[in-house]
Design a protein around this ligand. Structure first.
Ligand code: GLC
Length: 552
C-alpha cells in the first residue's frame, strides 16, 4: 500500500439544497455550508463532496447542469464558493465536486446551439433520425427516469438520446470536442483549488456504435449497450491525464458494477483510470430493479457483496465504503431499525467503516436521520420514483406501487437536515423547500451533540478510531459465519494484531460463539453500542442490533 492521501480520509457528502439555509429562502446554500464548517471539522472528516452546485433547472436537482463553470444563484456565486473552499482548506478539509458529464441539462447553452446546428455544437449530443420515416424513435431504449430514451426535437427535426430524464440529453463523448470541454471543466475547478471529483454515472459515457436495440426490460432497456461501453477506457484515460497534473483524486459512480470489471478501471498503476469507484452491490440487499422493487432484506446478500469487494480488490485497488447517499433511502430505515435507531445506527456505522477503503458519510447519516412518509404521492419531488411508479403500476397495481414509491424514493434522503428541535428543525428561517421529517424534535444534531452516547458522538469516535489504528487501514479481511442470517462477523489482521467485528442485524437474541482461535475473555472491547459487556463462555447472547469490536 502506498501513501496516497485519499486512502486515509473520511469524506462527508453534502447535497446542498437540503443541508443548511443561510439566507432564509428555504433552500440550502453555500452560506449555510460555511456556517457549518466547524461542525464538519468537529465530526473529524477530511473531505467534503459537494453534490452539484452549478446552475440547473433542477429537473434532477442539479444533476442536469446548465452551466458547468458557475454556481447556482440559489446557492450563491463563485466568490462565495471560493470562501467556502478556503474555509474548508483552512480547517484541513479537502473539497471535491460532482462532475456530471454523461449528460447536460437541455437548458445548457451547448444543447440549445446543438438543436439549431450551430457549430461547433452540432454533434455535441446523440442525435438520430427516427425509424419508419421518422415516426418511431431510433431504437427501443428506455430511459431510467422517464419512458422512452429518445425525445423528438421539433427545432432540429431529429431525436436526441436521454438515458435519464428528458431534460438530461446525453453528451456525445465520441466527439473529441466534447472531451475537450470535459477537460476544460476539470481544469477550471482544479485551478480554483478543488481537490478532485466524484464522476457521475461515468461508466455510461461511451455508447455502442450503431446503437442497437436493447434486451426488452421495463426500465433502462438498452443499458447493456452503454454501461462499460466500447471506448470507455480510452476516454477515461484522457480525463485521467488532466487529473494527474494535480494533487487530486477521482471517484467514479458505477451502477451495475462487479469487482471483476471495476478492476479494469481502478487497478493501481500506470493504467489506472479512477482512484475509487462507487458500486451498488451491497445496496441491493433489499431491492431489485434499481431500488424500486423491494424484497425482504437479506443479510447474506449484503455480506457477500462486501466480502467480495474486500477480497477482490485486496492489494490491487482501493475500496469505497458507503451505506447512504442522495440516491438511496436512509439506511436505518432499510437495513437497521427505526425502533432501535441509535443502536442500529452505531452497528451499521462500525460495520462498514471498519472495512478497508475510504469511507463516505452522507449528510444526516451521522445523526441517524430516517425515511419520511408523505400521505400523497404528489408531494414527492423525485423524478426517478415518479417514473418507476408509472412503469410498475401496470405490473403490480396502484396500491402496492404507492407503497414501493414511498419506501424507495430518493426523497427519503433529501429532506432538510435536522439541526435543532426548533422551528423548521433549524434548517431555515423561511419556508423549507421540502418537507421536514416530523421526527425532528427527537432526531436532531443539537440533541445528538449534547448526548455523550449519541450516534453522532459514536461517529466521531469511530472516525478517530480509524485514524489511530493502522489495522483498519491496512489489515487483511476475513469473514466468519457467512451463512448466518443475523450476524455479520469479520476479522481484520495486521502485524500481530487481530480485530474482531461482530454485528447483529436483528432485535432477537442470537447466540454468538467466538470463531475458533479466539478467546473473548482475552480481547479488549474497543467499540460497542451497549454499555455493559456480558460474556458467557466464549461468546454472548446479542442484544438488539448489538455491535462489539474486540482487539486481540
Ligand atoms: C447519478 C446521481 C443521481 C442522478 C443520476 C443522473 O446516479 O447520483 O442523483 O439522478 O446520476 O445524473
Amino acid at each position: 500500500m502506498d501513501n496516497k492521501w485519499y486512502k486515509d480520509i473520511c469524506v462527508y457528502q453534502i447535497w446542498p439544497r437540503s443541508f443548511c439555509d443561510g439566507n432564509g429562502d428555504g433552500i440550502g446554500d453555500l452560506e449555510g455550508v460555511y456556517s457549518k464548517l466547524d461542525y464538519i471539522k468537529d465530526l473529524g472528516v477530511d473531505c467534503i463532496w459537494f453534490s452539484p452546485l452549478y446552475p440547473s433547472p433542477n429537473a434532477d436537482f442539479g444533476y442536469d447542469i446548465a452551466d458547468y463553470k458557475n454556481i447556482h444563484p440559489e446557492y450563491g456565486d463563485l466568490e462565495l464558493f471560493k470562501k467556502v473552499l478556503d474555509g474548508a482548506h483552512e480547517r484541513g478539509i479537502k473539497v471535491i465536486m460532482d462532475l456530471v458529464v454523461n449528460h447536460t441539462s437541455d437548458e445548457c447553452d451547448w444543447f440549445q446551439k446543438s438543436r439549431r446546428r450551430i457549430e461547433p455544437y452540432t454533434d455535441y449530443y446523440i442525435w438520430r433520425k427516427g425509424r419508419d420515416g421518422g415516426k418511431k424513435p431510433p431504437n427501443n431504449w428506455l430511459s431510467m427516469f422517464e419512458g422512452g430514451a429518445w425525445e423528438y426535437d421539433e427545432v432540429r427535426g431529429e431525436y436526441y438520446l436521454h438515458v435519464f430524464a428528458k431534460k438530461q440529453p446525453d453528451l456525445n463523448h465520441d466527439n473529441p470536442k466534447v472531451r475537450e470541454e470535459v477537460k476544460e471543466i476539470m481544469k477550471f475547478w482544479l485551478d480554483m483549488g478543488v481537490d478532485g471529483f466524484r464522476e457521475d454515472v461515468i461508466t455510461f459515457i461511451s455508447k455502442k456504435e450503431g446503437l442497437p436495440n436493447g434486451f426488452p426490460i421495463p426500465s433502462a432497456c438498452g443499458m447493456e449497450h452503454y454501461i462499460n461501453g466500447p471506448h470507455i477506457h480510452e476516454y477515461l484515460k484522457e480525463y485521467r491525464e488532466v487529473a494527474k497534473q494535480y494533487d487530486c483524486f477521482c471517484v467514479g459512480e458505477a451502477p451495475m458494477m462487479t469487482p471483476e470489471t471495476a478492476l479494469k478501471y481502478i487497478t493501481e498503476g500506470e493504467n489506472q483510470e479512477l482512484d475509487l469507484m462507487f458500486h451498488f452491490q451491497h445496496m441491493e440487499a433489499d431491492c431489485i430493479m434499481m431500488d424500486f422493487i423491494h424484497v425482504p432484506f437479506s443479510l447474506i446478500r449484503m455480506k457477500k457483496a462486501f466480502t467480495r469487494w474486500q477480497n477482490m480488490l485486496k492489494g490491487k485497488a482501493w475500496n469505497t465504503l458507503y451505506i447512504e447517499n442522495h440516491d438511496h433511502p436512509r439506511i436505518i430505515s432499510r437495513y437497521g431499525s427505526e425502533a432501535y435507531r441509535t443502536e442500529s445506527g452505531k452497528m451499521l456505522a462500525a460495520m462498514y467503516m471498519l472495512q478497508q477503503g475510504t469511507p463516505f458519510i452522507y449528510q444526516g447519516q451521522e445523526i441517524g436521520m430516517t425515511n419520511i412518509s408523505l400521505p400523497d404521492l404528489d408531494m414527492y419531488e423525485d423524478v426517478f420514483v415518479k417514473n418507476n411508479y408509472n412503469v410498475f403500476k401496470k405490473i403490480f397495481g396502484k396500491k402496492r406501487c404507492e407503497h414501493l414509491a414511498r419506501i424507495s424514493t430518493r426523497d427519503n434522503a433529501r429532506t432538510p437536515v435536522q439541526w435543532t428541535g426548533g422551528e423548521n428543525a433549524g434548517f431555515t428561517t423561511g419556508k423549507p423547500w421540502f418537507y421536514i421529517n416530523p421526527n425532528y424534535k427527537e432526531v436532531n444534531a443539537e440533541k445528538e451533540m449534547s448526548d455523550p452516547h449519541s450516534l453522532l458522538n459514536f461517529y466521531k469516535k469511530l472516525i478517530r478510531f480509524r485514524k489511530e489504528n493502522e489495522i483498519v487501514l491496512k489489515g487483511d479481511y476475513k469473514e466468519y459465519y457467512e451463512n448466518s442470517k443475523n450476524l455479520y462477523v469479520y476479522e481484520r489482521t495486521y502485524n500481530n494484531q487481530r480485530m474482531l467485528v461482530i454485528c447483529s442485524f436483528t432485535e432477537k437474541g442470537v447466540a454468538f460463539e467466538a470463531p475458533k482461535g479466539y478467546d473473548l475473555s482475552k480481547g479488549v472491547k474497543v467499540l460497542g453500542n451497549y454499555e455493559s459487556e456480558h460474556i458467557c463462555g466464549n461468546g454472548f447472547k446479542t442484544r438488539p442490533y448489538e455491535m462489539r469490536v474486540y482487539m486481540f
